[in-house]
Design a protein around this ligand. Structure first.
Ligand code: UDX
Length: 433
């Protein structure tokens, strides 16, 4: 198969490289010349474990190339994937589809022969119809079909998620298109990965419903954690206790500072917009969004309370800035709201993150960035763990106590047990325990 990927960001690059590894001939297109130049030099535009080796292997084998010329990439392709960004539109929270629409128009003009155009970007229900209309308008003679094939890749585990998926969702009623998609995912059909074929609209909604459900699960356990604190229970135990029920499942029941990242915040908002447009209110998701938004700043107040209620002139060491470990992504990271709340209350922040500092500098002001966790704690009055990077899982408690003016540890990811922290002489605050 000849596959063209439009957009070489997170989704496009990971998917393109994995398709090449399946043995397909893949070209990844991006408008950003610098990104393509970097890829030609073997430098990855994002941090994702294993991606550089995967790309290098397939480039060497001649199966993976990069370019900026969309028309050249599309001509003669069997499948053209749209993997461009769909950020929240400023002001109203609708998904911004301008990149998807622009790509559709260019694809329309460049199509030769029967081509399957696949939406991989997360797009609201009905976007497939719109893409079809735009291509038809740009090229009334084009022979094509539009398929929805949402991605479910977690940052930090994207390659594994792609190759060993919980499921693949393919939305199309067109037999010719389905035949091409079965070839595209041939290795996964062969090893009997769960593949669900459905209508295009069902596929589009599956993505939003899935992410909204996961966001709900996290938010549910976060509120139970708040209750645990009031009644003297431990959310880690409650989470395990309910998660062992197969109907509930133990994943995404880890209480923390609230979900962030490139998907959950944006997709829950976009789902609410769609539900308003179609007059089918999603009240549970509305509550999830509101609860999660409030939670982030509340975590700042939690740190302040752990320090006695007044942080004016105090210095707080923050360990972890990204919305989760193994990524450099700062989008909607809880750390942003937490740090701003601390600064608003008059505190100074010294922070460390293994990968996220460059991105953090773009969204946070007046933070002192340090080279390591211990440097961040030097001269600080308390330490707060905001992201559960492995580097923070085995801190040398004696050394930490020597660096801090007070042995105050606020652990917003429940990395440590309250008992071990107390035994080491810390005043410990976790989540829901
Ligand atoms: C998510 C989905 O998992 C993926 O299927 C989708 O395609 C894109 O969005 P991602 O945003 O990379 O992936 O991260 P994920 O691991 O899902 O975590 C999202 C957020 O939820 C993080 O801020 C994480 O810290 C938080 N989280 C997750 C919790 O607070 N508790 C949990 O139990 C799980």
């Amino acid at each position: 198969m000849r596959i063209t990927m439009i957009g070489s960001g997170y989704v496009g690059l990971v998917s393109g490289a994995c398709f090449a590894d399946f043995g397909h001939d893949v070209v990844c297109i991006d408008k950003d010349q610098r990104k393509i130049d970097a890829l030609h030099e073997g430098r990855m535009p994002i941090f994702e474990p294993g991606l550089d080796e995967l790309v290098a292997r397939n480039v060497k084998a001649g199966r993976l190339t990069f370019g900026t010329d969309l028309a050249q990439g599309v001509a003669g392709a069997d499948a053209v994937f749209i993997g461009v960004g769909t950020p929240s539109r400023r002001g109203d929270g609708h998904a911004d589809l301008s990149y998807v629409h622009a790509a559709a128009e260019e694809i329309g003009r460049a199509i030769t022969g029967f081509t399957v155009v696949v939406d991989k970007s997360t797009v609201p229900v009905g976007t497939g119809d719109e893409v079809e209309r735009i291509i038809r308008e740009a090229n009334p003679d084009a022979d094509f079909a539009v398929v929805s094939n949402p991605e479910f890749l977690r940052e930090g585990a994207a390659i594994d998620d792609f190759k060993r998926p919980d499921r693949i969702v393919i939305g199309s009623d067109d037999e010719r298109a389905l035949a091409v998609m079965r070839q595209v995912y041939r290795p996964l059909y062969i090893n009997k990965s769960p593949i669900v074929e459905m209508s295009r609209r069902s596929a589009e909604l599956t993505k939003y419903a899935g992410n909204a459900f996961l966001a709900t699960k996290i938010t549910f356990i976060n509120e139970i954690a708040d209750l645990c604190e009031k009644v003297g229970a431990d959310v880690q135990d409650v989470s395990r206790g309910i998660g062992l029920d197969g109907r509930i499942g133990n994943k995404f029941l880890h209480a923390g500072p609230g979900y962030g990242g490139s998907c959950f915040p944006k997709d829950t908002l976009a789902l609410l917009k769609t539900s308003q447009d179609y007059d089918a209110p999603q009240r549970i998701v509305e509550a999830v969004v509101a609860v999660n938004d409030n939670r982030k700043r509340a975590m700042g107040r939690k740190i302040i309370a752990a320090m006695g209620g007044d942080v004016r002139g105090k210095t707080i060491a923050v360990l972890g800035l990204t919305f989760k470990p193994n990524t450099d992504d700062m989008r909607d990271s809880p750390a942003i709201a937490v740090i701003q709340a601390l600064q608003d209350a008059g505190a100074k922040v010294q922070a460390h993150d293994p990968e996220g500092v460059e991105q953090a500098k773009l969204v946070l002001e007046n933070v002192t960035y340090c080279d390591g966790p211990y440097q961040a704690m030097e001269g600080a009055d308390a330490v707060a763990i905001l992201t559960e990077w492995d580097a923070y899982r085995a801190l040398d408690f004696e050394r930490v106590k020597g660096l801090l003016s007070q042995p105050v540890l606020v652990d917003l990811r429940n990395v440590y047990s309250p008992a071990e922290a107390a035994a080491a002489g810390f005043s410990y605050t976790g989540i829901g325990r």
